[in-house]
Unconditional design. Structure first.
Length: 164
């Protein structure tokens, strides 16, 4: 393996944690900026960029989003759960790898984890599609967090080289 590739591989887990933590922080900070610092040019630019980026990955429907401080989060409740869980799952995976957890090397284990993690989201979707009722935001966020944690942990396992 070339030296620059090896250096990147060693930094990938740290980069994953940093990026996921940064995005999670943006999701929490932007509604605060919008509601508490209106008219601030830097705050407006940061918030605008977050909402634009959020629109690329989420439907951003107001009725399916949290509104802390009276301002909508840049993603829906389910996506927020996914993104808030990611840094914790990545950190947990890195810690487990350092302790030598053998399960991190099993593709079958990871496939089962992700499949099981899909169940809460599938249940909320089936409920909405069959009843026409919107699942409460907190339930959608928790279902998203379970799925987000499983996917983020899987990505971390790949990044650290324990899963191929």
């Amino acid at each position: 393996m070339p030296l620059h590739t090896l250096a990147l591989a060693r930094r990938a887990p740290v980069l994953l944690v940093a990026l996921s933590l940064s995005w999670a922080s943006v999701l929490i900070t932007v509604p605060y900026l919008v509601s508490h610092v209106p008219g601030n040019p830097l705050g407006i630019r940061i918030a605008g960029a977050a909402y634009i980026l959020g629109s690329l990955i989420c439907h951003q429907r107001p009725e399916r989003s949290f509104h802390p401080w009276g301002a909508q989060v840049p993603v829906c409740a389910r996506c927020e759960g996914i993104y808030l869980a990611a840094p914790f799952a990545i950190t947990f995976t890195l810690a487990a790898q350092r302790r030598g957890a053998r399960a991190l090397r099993s593709r079958t284990v990871w496939q089962r984890v992700v499949a099981l993690a899909c169940i809460p989201t599938i249940v909320t979707l089936m409920w909405e599609w069959t009843t026409g009722d919107i699942t409460p935001d907190i339930m959608r966020a928790v279902a998203g967090a379970v799925l987000g944690a499983a996917i983020a942990a899987t990505v971390a396992a790949v990044a650290i080289g324990d899963l191929r």
